[in-house]
Design a binder for this molecule. Sequence first.
Ligand code: HEC
Length: 180
Amino acid sequence: MKFRKIFSPVCSRLAIPVLTIAALTTALTGSLTAHEEQYSIDVPVSVNALMVTLIDHSAHYIWDFAALQREITDEEWRTIEYYAIQLAGSAPLIALGGAGDMDDAWAKSEAWTSYSRTMTNAAMLALDAAKNKDKFLLGSTGDVLVASCEGCHDAFKPGTPTEGITHQPDYDYLYHLFGR
Ligand code: HEC
């Protein structure tokens, strides 16, 4: 009896701040979620589509120019520079997940982040190579790049692409460029 008498006023006095904190927390979490929604954008395309149209595409500029038997012209170094920037930016992009069924699950994995980071680092080296017109560096960077693609594909890529989109070697103007 005695305990209840003391306990109930304590309880009611506590109840107000506790309820207030609970209400504030709810309001705060609500507004944080709204804030996150306002300032984040879901990647609307799949990892597979980015692989085919962006990553494979830009990586080929690095490999194919590195394999050229002649000197790379100034204009071509500029082209390599642009594609190296594109590739460097694409790795953090695929670390955000994407619209494919598996994309978000893949992006949560540590190995995914690690392969993506290696790809970005290799692209940054290609950027250095382009700025310094260093063909030897471009070649060795190409090897690091292949390792990042193959490592990640061995770990994550299903035997056939989930959407049936595959790289078509004749899809862009690269090959015309080398055919001249
Ligand atoms: C972080 C992991 C990761 C890295 C790094 C990566 N890929 Fe991929 N790639 C994938 C996954 C996973 C798929 C399959 C996606 C699917 O099927 O939905 C894929 C699919 C592809 C495809 C389309 C499917 C096909 O078989 O034709 C191409 C082309 C491709 N990657 C090229 C590359 C190239 C080139 C590089 C390196 C410059 C690279 N990828 C780096 C994970 C990676």
